[in-house]
Every structure is written in structure tokens, then in C-alpha cells.
Ligand binder design. Structure first.
Ligand code: SAM
Length: 264
């Protein structure tokens, strides 16, 4: 590819767009613009960025960021890219967080939800956890107070019974459905972000069971889920002392999450 001079930028944009489109990328125009901006006018670098994308690497890993609820979130290779489908859950979580409140974001990944909560409630404390050290480093660089470990295990015990909100996008794909995920997913990502066990709800069930230890009475638990998991978990919510269990829908009317209040 030729060196990019300002008058040649449009040509390079057209070349990158054409190659992405030919490879089947539906948002070729937007992606080409992002790759071009990331290349800083260096044609050789742009070539390498384009090749990475054509091999299926997530765009956010190449450009180093993803937008989430209007915020620019740093994302590094290896870390789950926050999805726009998660935004309604994050907004619901923010609406349940009172002034000077405490929120816990389990399975935080890049820390996208935690960052949004911090942005909406600068006077609140937001803490997060993740099992993956790369995700913990990424969330830390996004300014999140994050602890490395399994679900609630790494949290300071002083937080018990004090959280106003617990929110989580834990892995929830049933193991038997993992092969249905897009072909490129596991060429780059780990199963750690997706595999929710036999019925998909194994980790969700653990979050549900462990949440009451950290929530105050009246506090909210909000979880992303898929398929019929909202139905599968109904009895668990009741058993663990939750009420006001409501579904969170996406634009297509599909259930994408569940919100409940700790009553008992
Ligand atoms: C689907 S990603 C969601 C990331 C982030 N919440 C988001 O929406 O962008 C799930 C995350 O959970 C983490 N994870 C998986 N099992 C975990 C566990 N038992 N405890 C803590 N984190 C876990 C993975 O490392 C991954 O970062």
C-alpha cells in the first residue's frame, strides 16, 4: 500500500473499505475509518492493521478501544470486547445506585460497566472482580478498582452486606452451544468469557447464591443472560431471598437480562 499523504487518504480509505467489504465485513466503511485513524498516516502500519482484521481479530483489539454507553473503553488483546447489547443492563444498574452508594461489577472484563457506573455516580464506590489477570490489568488501566479472583472471593470482607447494586455479565453460553458461536471467536478469545456450563446458568447460579452476602436489603442484582435462562433461574431467585424479579429486554424484545431486589 502506498504511503498515506493527506491528499491520498481518500484513496487509502477506499482501498481498505473495498478489501473489508469483499471479505464480508458488514460495517466496512466504519471499520476502514477506524483503522485509518489508528494508523496515523503510516501506510505499512495500516497494512498490518488491515491484515489483522481480515484474519478475524476483533476490531477493538486492533484499535485499542471500544465505545460503551458513549464512553471510550480501553480494550487490549485477550480481553472480552464490551457489547452494545449490554448497555441497557448497565443503565438499569446505574439507575439503582443511590448517591454515595456501593456497586460491585463481577466478571468485569475491560471494566466497561464499572467505568460507566463510576462516570454516572462519581461520588459512589464501584469495585469489580475478574478471574483473568489480563482483564484485571485492562480494567485497572480504565481506572477501575478491581480485584483478581473468582466471583466475590477476592473482595474485602468489609464490603459484606453493604452493596446497593451487584451487576454482572458472567459467562452464560451452554457448553453444548459453544460450537455455534462465530467461527473467529475462539481463534482469538478464550472460552473463559463464554462457557456457562452444562445449562449455561452454572456461573449465574453461583453469582445469585453468593450475592446476598454482599447486598444490603433492598439492594439490586442485575445479570445478563440468554435463551431461557431467566426461566431456568426463577426458583433460584426466590430461594435466595429475591423479589421483584423483572426481565430486561433488548430492542428486538428478546430477554437479555434480569433484575431483582434482595428482600429477605
Ligand atoms: C462475557 S465477559 C464480560 C466482561 C464485561 N462485564 C463486559 O460486559 O464487557 C465475562 C468475563 O468474566 C470473567 N470470568 C469468567 N469466569 C469468572 C469467575 N468465575 N470469576 C470472575 N470472573 C470470571 C472472564 O474472564 C471475562 O472477563
Amino acid at each position: 500500500m502506498r504511503r498515506i499523504e493527506s491528499e491520498e487518504t481518500m484513496t487509502d480509505l477506499a482501498i481498505v473499505t473495498t478489501r473489508l467489504r469483499a471479505a464480508g465485513f458488514v460495517a466496512a466503511d466504519e471499520e476502514a475509518l477506524e483503522l485509518l485513524a489508528c494508523s496515523n498516516g503510516d501506510a505499512t502500519f495500516l497494512d498490518s492493521l488491515l491484515e489483522r482484521r481480515l484474519h478475524g481479530e476483533p476490531l477493538a483489539w486492533i484499535t485499542g478501544f471500544a465505545m460503551f454507553c458513549g464512553l471510550r473503553i480501553e480494550v487490549v488483546p485477550g480481553v472480552y470486547v464490551p457489547r452494545w447489547q449490554t448497555e441497557p443492563l448497565a443503565r438499569r444498574a446505574a439507575s439503582r445506585l443511590p448517591p454515595r452508594g456501593l456497586a460491585i461489577d463481577v466478571c468485569t472484563g475491560s471494566g466497561a460497566i464499572a467505568t460507566y457506573l463510576m462516570n454516572e455516580h462519581p461520588d459512589s464506590r464501584v469495585v469489580a472482580t475478574d478471574l483473568d489477570g489480563i482483564a484485571v490489568a485492562c480494567a485497572t488501566s480504565n481506572g477501575v478498582e478491581v480485584f483478581e479472583g473468582d466471583l466475590f472471593d477476592p473482595l474485602p470482607s468489609a464490603l459484606r452486606g453493604r452493596a446497593d447494586v451487584i451487576v454482572g455479565v458472567a459467562p452464560y453460553v451452554p457448553t453444548y452451544s459453544m460450537h455455534l458461536l462465530p467461527r473467529d471467536t475462539f481463534a482469538f478469545e478464550t472460552t473463559l468469557s463464554y462457557d456457562g456450563g452444562e445449562d449455561g446458568a452454572e456461573i449465574l447460579r453461583r453469582v445469585l447464591a453468593e450475592s446476598p452476602r454482599y447486598l444490603r436489603r433492598g439492594g439490586a442484582l442485575l445479570l445478563e443472560l440468554g435463551g431461557d435462562e431467566a426461566q431456568i433461574l426463577r426458583d433460584d431467585f426466590e430461594r435466595e431471598g429475591f423479589g421483584d424479579v423483572t426481565s430486561i429486554h433488548d430492542e428486538d424484545g428478546d430477554v437479555r437480562g434480569i433484575e431483582a431486589t434482595l428482600i429477605a
